[in-house]
Structures are given as structure tokens and as C-alpha cells.
Design a protein around this ligand. Structure first.
Ligand code: AHR
Length: 504
């Protein structure tokens, strides 16, 4: 058996990184393929409630305590007019982003009702593509004004007397991308966001605004110089395995290489916010992230549905979502916790179907491996993130997607304090083949005499879950006696939560 270095995880409960915002465990859903229609909204299905929402999906989302759900896009929103999807008559529209008919039967009222059932905050992304400041601010009127003006009155006429109180709003989606409908230059964007933010805040000064951004200096300087004082968030997106055109997945080792760049965007935006003196007031909403980019080839060029619509079904192949996705997801959530002083929200993209952590079919749902990572993190880690450091970090030799040699850290750990003062560690072993060990170095004082470990490892790196198959679900939690000199052993390709007693 190869002798690997044992990593040291240095923990000091007096060194606090900060309190993580629960919204780093957020999610996103878009009007794309089967996320809404046939996903969360499935009228007529016996598994749906009277409003057409899938009750099995709601139950699964409540288990992972979804704190916030971003909607309706994504590219979709850049040509979507929210007024087409409210009121008694819903006329189907043509979705120019994804080139399909949009029934408009799932709109603002249905979305808010769904969020209430899940118990999550709504987070609405507005149309900064073909839309403008007035359409955005009218949407805030519809949602948040008690009764003033035509849009609040339309909400009331629809049977929703009380304002929805939507707190989180984003201006635009990826308007920096040439392919986005209503793409804008950095200079245009700064001015556009300012005028949109001005009108939206005039309707409801309480709302918290984000705006589409990326780790680009020119884009962000223009945005923040023009509108920094009106923003509370800056939006970032990240998909590491770009499968938009070619659905050839990065394998396990290549997916581990992608974990090397998880923090890059956050570090660059952190530096810019600090340089502009905004790091205390503006936080990062990483409001679309996933290892896997969504597959939607030839959106601009497809002539026949077989060319650009049918291939979207490939997103729903559950065999593709393996322990690579689970391990990557855990590493991203570790990164978000580590940066909890500036990352206040993160939204897994999407939550249901496509690359989501839940897959729906007419008779039920499949919980893909990434779902179990959210379950383990949300239901075990504490909200206080400790400022730990490691030594003797083991390096893992891997191959990237192009087959080139690469290295990555074999282990990825964070430590938190839970409400009872107990230490809860998340520890990821990225090694595909070998168990790895780490030792906790305590600051002195009383040492816990035992821990409980929850492990998600599957039966191999390619473990997946499907309608008739469960290959990756958490093992039953295991209690272990503990002495300070002990090491903690992590199975290959595993995500682990280690809960020490509160008797520190
Ligand atoms: O591939 C899906 C798209 O990815 C989302 O609609 C957009 O926001 C991001 O570019």
C-alpha cells in the first residue's frame, strides 16, 4: 500500500473566518427544457398538488433547506416580458433565447407560491436584454407595492392582496456575453444598471440589487463606478466543464483539475471591491454555478428541432452525474464557506433537471449525487466558519480533460462551529483510488473524545443514481472514539462530514 503523507488540519476555535450566510446553499431554476414544465410544475401529475407543483420535489427541496431560488433565467430572461405571464389570460409567447414556445402558465404568482411552499426567498432576475428600467421597476411594483398603481392592483385582482415582498433582485443576466440577447458594452452597462437601479429603488428602497458581472476589471469598474452605491451584490457565474455544444463529459480526474480554479473569480472580484472600498457593502452572489455546463447545441444555427432542441434531452441522462459531480460540488461549497466574508449567496444551476441535483420523471424523482452533498452540508455544518490552515498537504497527480498531466490537492477541508459549539469538519478526498488520512492539530484545551462521520463515496468514481438504481447515497453515520494523536481516514472519492462532540 502506498504511504501517503498525512495532512495536518490546524484548528483554533478562537480564529473565526466569519458566519456563512445560509444563502450560499441556494439554487437557480430557469425556463429551459424540463426545469419548470415537467420539472417543478407538472399540473395533472398525481404527484402534483392542486396548483400543479410537484410535491415530491418540494419535499426534497425542503430537506436541503433551500434558502433562496433565483428565477426565471438565465438567458431566457433577456427576452422575457414578465407581464405576459401574469393575469387570467396567459398567451403563449416565443422564447427567443431557447427558440421554443413559452406557455407563460408559470409566471410571477406561480413562482412566489412555489417559493412559499419550499420555504425559500425569491430572487428575481430581470430582463436587461430586450427590457428596460421601466419594465423592471413595474415588476417591483407588481411584487412589492401594497396597492398603488396599475401593477399592484393587477396582483390584487389576481387574488394576491398582500405584497410579495421580494427582497432580492438582479439586473440582467450575462449581458457581457455577445451571444446574450441585449448584450452591452462595459460603458453601456454601467449607465444602464444605474438607471434601472434608480427606478427599481424608487418603487421599493428596501430591495437588494445585484447586477450581472464577471471577473473582468473593465466591466466591473464601469459597473461599480456608476452604480456601486445602489448595489448590495455583484453576480458571478461559473461552469467548468463547458458542454454547451459538445456533450463529452470531463471524467473524474479532469473534474478534479477543475477544482483548482474554483476561487479565481472570487479572488479577483474581492481585490477590486477592496480597491474601490466597497468590500464591506457589496457581496458576491455566485448565482449560477455547476461543474457541468448545460448542453444546448446550435441555438443560433439549428434549423430542425432534431438539431437544437432534441439534444437537450442529453442533459437528463442520470448516468452522467457521478461522484465527480459530488466531489466538485463539495469543493465549491468549501470555497464558498472559506470566502463567507464576501460570498453571501451561491445558486446551484439548476436545481431540477438539466444538470440539477434532482431529476424528475412522471412517477417520481431521482436524487443525483450532488443532492446528497447539499443534504450533508446544510444539515450538519455550523454557520461559524473557522480560519483553519493545513500543513503537509498531499498532492494528487491527475490528467486534465485534454490528457495533460496536472496536480491538485488530494484533500479539501473546512471546519465550522455549530450552534452547540461543536466542531464540524467537511473533508473531501479527491483521490480516485486511495484512502487518505488527516490529523487535527488542536490549540490545546479539552479535546473531544469522539466523533461521528457521515460519508458519501458511492461504489466507485462513476457511481450514479437513476430511476432503478442508487449507486451514490450517504453511508449510515458512524461513531468513533477519538484521541488527539488519531488520524481520520477518508475513503477514496469521498465527501465526509466529521462532527466532533461539543465538549471542546
Ligand atoms: O447554459 C445555460 C446558461 O448558462 C444560462 O441560461 C446562462 O445564464 C448561462 O450562460
Amino acid at each position: 500500500m502506498t504511504n501517503f503523507r498525512t495532512m495536518n488540519l490546524h484548528i483554533d476555535t478562537r480564529r473565526i473566518k466569519g458566519k456563512r450566510d445560509a444563502m450560499i446553499y441556494g439554487h437557480f431554476i430557469e425556463h429551459f427544457h424540463r426545469q419548470i414544465y415537467g420539472g417543478i410544475f407538472d399540473p395533472g401529475n398525481p404527484l402534483s398538488d392542486a396548483e400543479g407543483f410537484r410535491t415530491d420535489v418540494i419535499k426534497a427541496l425542503r430537506r436541503i433547506k433551500v434558502p433562496v431560488l433565483r428565477w426565471p433565467g438565465g438567458c431566457f430572461v433577456s427576452a422575457h416580458h414578465w407581464k405576459d405571464a401574469v393575469g387570467p389570460r396567459r398567451v403563449p409567447g416565443f422564447d427567443k433565447a431557447w427558440r421554443v414556445e413559452e406557455p407563460n402558465t408559470f409566471g410571477t404568482d406561480e413562482y412566489i407560491a412555489f417559493c412559499r411552499k419550499v420555504g425559500c426567498e425569491p430572487y428575481i432576475c430581470t430582463n436587461a436584454g430586450s427590457g428596460g428600467a421601466e419594465e423592471m421597476s413595474d415588476w417591483v411594483e407588481y411584487c412589492n407595492l401594497p396597492h398603488e398603481g396599475p401593477w399592484a392592483k393587477q396582483r390584487i385582482a389576481g387574488g394576491h392582496a398582500e405584497p410579495y415582498g421580494v427582497k432580492y433582485w438582479s439586473i440582467g443576466n450575462e449581458n457581457y456575453l455577445g451571444g446574450e440577447i441585449g448584450a452591452k458594452s462595459a460603458a453601456e452597462w454601467g449607465r444602464f444598471v444605474t438607471e434601472s437601479a434608480k427606478m427599481m429603488k424608487r418603487v421599493d428602497p428596501r430591495i437588494e440589487l445585484s447586477a450581472a458581472a464577471l471577473a473582468d476589471l473593465d466591466w466591473n469598474i464601469n459597473l461599480l463606478r456608476n452604480c456601486g452605491e445602489r448595489l448590495r451584490w455583484i453576480s458571478l457565474h461559473g461552469y467548468w466543464d463547458g458542454l454547451w455544444q459538445d456533450n463529452t463529459f470531463a471524467g473524474y480526474e479532469a473534474s478534479m483539475v477543475f477544482t483548482n480554479t474554483l476561487e479565481d473569480q472570487v479572488a479577483r472580484v474581492r481585490g477590486l471591491l477592496a480597491a474601490m472600498g466597497l468590500q464591506k457593502r457589496i457581496r458576491i452572489a455566485f448565482d449560477e454555478w455547476n461543474l457541468r455546463g448545460w448542453h444546448h447545441p446550435r441555438v443560433d444555427t439549428g434549423l430542425e428541432p432534431e438539431e437544437y432542441i432534441t439534444p437537450r434531452d442529453l442533459n437528463d441522462d442520470n448516468r452522467c452525474y457521478t461522484m465527480a459531480d459530488a466531489v466538485f460540488t463539495a469543493c465549491f461549497l468549501n470555497m464558498a464557506n472559506r470566502n463567507c466574508d464576501i460570498v453571501g449567496m451561491a445558486n446551484f444551476a439548476p436545481v431540477v433537471n438539466t444538470r440539477g441535483c434532482i431529476y424528475t420523471h412522471k412517477d417520481g424523482i431521482v436524487l443525483r449525487p450532488a443532492y446528497h452533498v447539499f443534504d450533508l452540508y446544510v444539515n450538519n455544518l455550523g454557520e461559524t466558519v473557522l480560519d483553519t490552515y493545513t500543513s503537509d498537504d498531499p498532492v494528487l497527480e491527475v490528467r486534465d480533460k485534454a490528457g495533460n498531466r496536472a496536480e491538485t490537492g488530494a484533500l479539501d477541508t473546512i471546519a465550522t462551529l455549530n450552534a452547540e459549539g461543536g466542531i464540524v469538519i467537511a473533508a473531501v478526498n479527491k483521490d480516485a483510488a486511495n484512502p487518505r488520512e488527516f490529523r487535527v492539530v488542536w490549540p490545546g484545551g479539552s479535546i473531544p473524545s469522539g466523533y461521528c462521520i457521515h460519508t458519501l463515496t458511492g461504489t466507485g468514481t462513476e457511481s450514479c443514481n437513476d430511476i432503478d438504481h442508487t449507486g451514490a447515497a450517504p453511508e449510515p453515520p458512524r461513531a468513533a472514539a477519538y484521541k488527539p494523536e488519531d488520524t481520520i481516514r477518508l475513503l477514496p472519492h469521498s465527501v465526509n462530514i466529521i462532527r466532533f462532540g461539543a465538549d471542546l
